[in-house]
Design a protein around this ligand. Structure first.
Ligand SMILES: [Zn+2]
Length: 63
């Protein structure tokens, strides 16, 4: 198995109560999972995330 990338929604400020946790082999797949989660669980529009938002979220991805 290759090293996996993971993202825990609770690491994002204000999302401490969210149990969402995602693991994927590639960053591209992980972002898709995170965007789907944000859309369904938090009713967010990932298309509206700024480059700064994405850069910050990127720092929360663990390998
Ligand atoms: Zn969440």
């Amino acid at each position: 198995m290759k090293p996996a990338l993971s993202y825990a929604c609770k690491d994002y400020p204000g999302m401490e109560a969210c149990p969402g946790h995602f693991v994927a082999e590639t960053e591209g797949e992980l972002w898709k999972l995170m965007e789907l989660h944000a859309t369904i669980a938090h009713e967010e529009d990932p298309g509206a995330w700024s480059a700064e938002d994405r850069a910050y979220i990127g720092t929360l991805i663990k390998s």
